[in-house]
Write a protein that binds this ligand. Structure first.
Ligand code: NDP
Length: 457
């Protein structure tokens, strides 16, 4: 490895010793950049890597709110403004008890490269809170009520609003932040600044949202995979696919795969995994979408009512089916490890398309790259969500609404461009077919060159 990269990695590890997820993400990117760092000495002279691993700004704040029983609750809120070299900070908000500085810094770091890959002018950021909408603070086993979620969102925005804006930082949804939360956050922002602007994306259609934004990450993941298959003259027709997660990304990836003639064998959530030998039907998938977004239940409940599926309590999706063509990790970070990777490869898997951020552990990635299967890292293949957020920003600025067909066509075009750029960068630096190298190098170069042009900042 290039000596400059080695020394930056050493410093990052010393400075951020308590941030394992952030260190993992930095390591994964920096260790692939040797060819491009060797080829351009200015990156070292101008300390580009040292600057890229340091957020431009970290905002951490108190979020006090009152639950339905009148008790005062306090959560911690964050916004990481990582890099604005190529556009306003852009990236989602995550509400989950697992949220901490390390997780959000890893997500913000990934977002910088992902946004660069989309070809749109967006910098990278991420935020959220350790608030858990899935667990009421006063009644075990119950979720927070809509009113509690609203009061939390209003309090969260009462601090966040002063740090964001349509030309400064434009947050969106992520885990546990969907249409309901974005609505409450937007409503509070509008009251505070007395301005209607596209300050959040993922908005409802009645107030500036874009068609296809909810579908975009899952659909985009599948479009990216379609491009990988096309390089080998294959299509999805008849392919057996396993998917993890049952949230936004997973369910829309499943929908698109089914439309393209693939069989979706598994989905999973915190309760466990469901397996349907002959592939889920459209009706089953619709029921799961309603379960997750309206009645807000678990796959365990769905499995009880559906004879055609088997339920594996507490399991993930990887080691269930005995014939697998493609795998789509769409739940969370580090959900697919070396053992899962070995199982997938042994059972025929030749394509892994990451929908989640950093779902594969380093040893799983190593196994996929070594086996030379079609493996796309999340920062490339899940970029369809933020790309469509970029399209929502354009529509808001122009006060226009594009049709589903227009947005879907643009999304397909962007996913192809990301695929082709990653492919070309990998080939240029002697690693043909390695999408990890390709995505990292292509994403890095654009941001690094913009930073060089803007001086020491
Ligand atoms: P959702 O909250 O809609 O879905 C997440 C899914 O993962 C849920 O089914 C959830 O289970 C499951 N899950 C979460 N934690 C665990 C756990 N510890 N064990 C088992 N299952 C778990 O989130 P999204 O679909 O929006 O996001 C999924 C991933 O995709 C994340 O990594 C996110 O950062 C990434 N991503 C999302 C984008 C978007 O546009 N939404 C854009 C780009 C990336 P349960 O239903 O039981 O909670």
């Amino acid at each position: 490895m290039n000596k400059y990269i080695e020394s930056v990695l050493k410093d990052v590890k010393a400075k951020n010793a308590n941030e394992p997820e952030f260190l993992q993400a930095v390591d994964e990117v920096l260790t692939t950049l040797s060819p491009v760092i060797d080829a351009n000495k200015a990156y070292q002279q101008e300390a580009i890597l040292e600057r890229m691993v340091e957020p431009e700004r970290v905002i951490m704040f108190r979020v006090p709110w009152v639950d339905d029983k009148g008790n005062v609750r306090v959560n911690r809120g964050y916004r990481i403004q990582m890099n604005s070299a190529i556009g306003p900070y852009k990236g989602g908000l995550r509400f989950d008890p697992s949220v901490n500085l390390s997780v959000l810094k890893f997500l913000a770091f990934e977002q910088v490269f992902k946004n660069s890959l989309t070809t749109l002018p967006m910098g990278g950021g991420k935020g959220g809170s350790d608030f858990n909408p899935k667990q009421s603070p006063h009644t075990p086993g119950k979720r927070c009520s809509d009113r509690e979620v609203m009061r939390f969102c209003q309090s969260f925005m009462t601090e966040l609003y002063r740090h964001i804006g349509p030309d400064t930082d434009v947050p969106a949804g992520d885990m546990n932040v969907g249409g309901r939360e974005i609505g409450y956050l937007f409503g509070q922002y509008k009251r505070l600044v007395n301005e209607w602007t596209g300050v959040l994306t993922g908005k409802g259609l009645s107030y500036g949202g874009s068609l296809i934004r909810p579908e975009a990450t899952g659909y985009g993941d599948v479009y990216f995979a379609e491009n990988m298959l096309a390089m080998r003259g294959e299509t999805f027709e008849g392919k057996k696919c396993v998917i993890s997660g049952a949230g936004n990304v997973a369910t829309y990836a499943a929908e698109k795969l089914m439309q393209l003639g693939a069989k979706v064998l598994t989905l999973s959530d915190r309760s466990g995994a469901i397996y349907c030998k002959d592939g889920l039907t459209e009706k089953m998938l619709k029921d799961i979408m309603v379960l997750k977004t309206v009645t807000r239940g678990e796959l365990a409940d769905f499995a009880k009512k559906t004879k055609a599926v088997k339920f594996f309590m507490g399991a993930n999706s990887w080691q269930i089916a005995d014939q697998i063509d493609c795998a789509f990790p769409c739940a969370r970070q580090n959900e697919l490890d070396g053992k899962d990777a070995a199982y997938l490869l042994k059972h025929g898997c030749t394509l892994v398309g990451e929908g989640a951020n950093m779902p594969s552990t380093p040893d799983a990635i190593e196994a996929f790259v070594k086996a030379k299967i079609m493996y796309s890292p999340g920062k490339a293949s899940n970029a369809g969500g933020v790309a469509t957020s970029g399209l929502e920003m354009s529509q808001n600025s122009e006060r226009l609404s594009w049709t589903s067909e227009e947005v879907d066509k643009k999304l397909k075009g962007i996913m192809k461009a990301i695929h082709d750029n990653a492919w070309a960068a990998a080939e240029k630096y002697g690693h043909k077919g390695n999408y990890v190298m390709g995505a990292n190098i292509a994403g890095f170069t654009k941001v690094a060159d913009a930073m060089l042009a803007q001086g020491i900042a």
